[in-house]
Each structure stands twice: as C-alpha cells, then as structure tokens.
Design a protein around this ligand. Structure first.
Ligand SMILES: *Cc1c(COP(=O)(O)O)cnc(C)c1O
Length: 386
C-alpha cells in the first residue's frame, strides 16, 4: 500500500455498482456486458417522457450559464420541496426551507450526518442488518466504528433487546447515530410499533436517521412527528419514484439546528446546475412523473403473486418497489449443493439470461421493473428452478 495512505483504508474495497445507464430503453442494452433487465438497484424502470426531456434540454439551453458556478444555496429547490412535503404530509406540518438540506444523492447526506456527529472518535453508529449498505460503508471510510444488531429471520424486525443494550453499553466511543430504513432495504418491511416506540425512547444525545427513500411507494412517513423531535432526521431521494437517479438529488428534513450543522459540512457547490433544474422541474411536473407509482404497485402485486405461486420460492411482503425472495431448502437438497451455492447458481443463471438482481442476505432482492421485464423475471426463474 502507498506509504502515505491511512492504514485502515487497506481493508476497504471500492463500491462498484453495475455499469451505468446510457441506453434509451431499459429493454435494449447499450453494451453487451450489461444485462438488459437491470433490476438490482431499485431504480424506476421508466425514463422521463420524451417531450419532458426535450423541455429540460431546452431549459438547459435557455437558462443555464455553463461557465458560472451553480446556486450554492438551493433556496428555490428547498421551497419547492417544502411545498411538496406539506402537500403530501398526512398531518399538518410546518416544514420550511430551514428544515431542509439538499445533497448530491442522499448518500452525500449520510456522509454529512456522519461527519457532523461521529468523526474524530466522538461516536459510533448502530445499524440492524440486513439493511442499506451505505451507512456502514461510509462510516468505515471515516474510521467510525459500526455496531451491528440482527433482525428476525422471518419478519426482519430489529432485535430490539440487542439494540437497547448496544445503545446503553457501547462506550469509547458511544453510539451517536442510529440508522433505520422505513421500509427497510433489502427486505421491504416497514417499521412496526415496537420499533417506533424504541426510536421514540432514544435519548436526546442519539441522532435517529429515518431513511424514507421509498416513501412515494409506501406512503409511510414519520414527518408528522419530526417537529417535536430535535434528534430525528428524515432522508428522502429523487432517485426512486421521481425517476431522477442519473441526476443525484436527495434531501434531509430535520430541526433547523441540525440542518445548519449539515450545511456547515457540505461542499459549497454540491449540486450541479442541471441537477437543481431537473429536480425543480420534476417537482413542478410531479403529477405526471408520479403516475407510474400506482402502475408499479400493480406490477409489484402481479410479480409477487407469480413468484409466490412457485413452491421453491419464499416471497416476503414489501412496502417498496422491490421484492425480497429466498429459496426453499428443498432446491439446494435437490441440486445436492449448499444453500449459498444454490442461490449463487440462480443469481448467475438469471444474469446470464439478462436479468440482473441483487444477491444479498441469503436471498435475492428483485426490483419491480416494467411489465415485460417482470414477465421475463418470472419466466426465467421458473426455467431455472424447474
Ligand atoms: C436508493 C436508496 C437511497 C438513495 O440514495 P441516493 O444517493 O439518493 O440515490 C437511500 N437510502 C436507501 C435505503 C435507498 O435504498
């Protein structure tokens, strides 16, 4: 290793997602090595409508000065997000731009939260695995210790006894941040009452990060409680339901004092002008863009039913735009291999045939795609498992 690098970097590996999307339609691969059905990162299968994309290109031409730095304060975008939040809140909410910080994807906000809380040996984080991998990955890049507790193997509810004792007993450094996802990825389960009671009971010196990346699919949010909880922050993203993964926009909603801390640690020009324009524009056209949400929920139901009818698959309930499945032990027995080897075999066979899913936690996380993609997923799985 290069002698000037931080010693604990040697154990880390770079995160390598699948090669990016440059093809027009997800059904037509632009490169031979990329499976055509990319159902591994929970993106929306629908690109922006053509005429709206052209409009965006036109705005780019008319309004963006490429030679100038972008707006570093994001105020118009914050105001538009606040309006969207007020409109979609289940209870009256007083969210204003002071309650918002905008990141280059919510990944950036996760890192900012870690920098603002734990860096320098001041804190550890708590995650309940399996969960979104970025919390742990980003903590490790900042030398922040990660405390892990488990989830129930059948319902994926957090082991709350272990979580309580971890928060009470972890020292030097103590747990400063607890990450929960509502609904969880990769398992799709929303938080249950006991978990909500636990996060409500956490002391003020522990920040609770509630990742609501799938809100537009689940319609579940803790936003209504945020005003009374100075140690909560909610994360949302434009990468999933809003169909803007290519543009990288996420936002944090929290008490203005926490927002001020996040604003201190972010890079001054973290959001390119094109990204700010696309997000603002997406909010203005949200009626149109979000029409695919009910379509995807219908597709999720169809896909879930088709997968459930296969005796070799254990299909879990989900509140998001993906489905978590595991193989029944009978498959590994019939193939005379270990359960892990059976799963790997299914994963690779799917990939070879053109369906890329995520192999994780002893199962497969399958993004709900377009109808044709979902039909291919079912047909390919049936072929592989027959
Ligand atoms: C997809 C996802 C995100 C989104 O990350 P971006 O950086 O905004 O694209 C955040 N959290 C969870 C749990 C996710 O699944």
């Amino acid at each position: 290793m290069l002698p000037f690098l931080r010693s604990n970097l040697a154990q880390l590996v770079a995160y390598t997602p699948h090669p990016g999307g440059v093809s027009g339609s997800p059904a037509q691969p632009s490169r031979e090595d990329v499976p055509s059905d990319r159902l591994d990162t929970n993106e929306n299968p629908y690109d922006l409508p053509d005429e709206l994309k052209q409009k965006l290109a036109w705005i780019y031409q008319q309004e963006i000065e490429a030679n100038r730095y972008p707006d570093g304060g994001h105020l118009p975008l914050k105001q538009a997000i606040a309006e969207y939040l007020i409109e979609t809140a289940s209870e009256p909410t007083l969210v204003t731009s002071d309650y918002l910080s905008i990141g280059n994807g919510s990944d950036e906000l996760i890192r900012s939260l870690l920098i603002a809380t734990c860096v320098g040996g001041e804190g550890s984080i708590l995650v309940a695995e399996p969960t979104f991998s970025m919390y742990k990955i980003l903590a490790q890049t900042l030398s922040i210790p990660v405390v892990t507790v488990e989830r129930s193997p059948s319902t994926f509810a957090i082991d709350l006894e272990a979580a309580r004792s971890a928060v009470a007993q972890t020292q030097s450094p103590p747990i400063r941040v607890v990450f929960v996802v509502h609904p969880n990825s990769p398992t799709g389960n929303p938080m249950i009452e006991a978990e909500l009671a636990w996060i409500r009971s956490l002391p003020e010196q522990v920040l609770v990060v509630i990742d609501e990346a799938y809100f537009e699919f689940s319609q579940m949010t803790l936003l209504g409680e945020l005003q009374t909880r100075s140690n909560w922050v909610i994360l949302r993203t434009f990468s999933k339901a809003f169909r803007l993964a290519a543009h990288r926009v996420g936002y944090a909603i929290a008490h203005p004092e926490l927002i001020a801390a996040l604003e201190k640690v972010r890079l001054p020009y973290n959001l390119p002008a094109t990204t700010q324009m696309a997000a603002l524009w997406a909010l203005t056209h949200r009626q149109t863009l979000l029409t695919v949400v009910p379509t995807l929920l219908d597709e999720r139901k169809t896909l879930s039913q088709a997968l459930s009818s296969h005796p070799a698959l254990q299909v879990y309930p989900t509140a998001a735009n993906f489905i978590f499945v595991q193989l029944q032990p009978a498959i590994a027995e019939a193939w005379n291999v270990s359960p892990e080897a059976a799963l790997e075999k299914v994963f690779l066979a799917l990939k070879t045939q053109g369906t890329l899913v995520r192999k994780i936690n002893g199962g497969l996380r399958i993004t709900v795609g377009s109808p044709i993609e979902n039909q291919r997923t079912v047909a390919r799985l049936q072929g592989i498992l027959s």
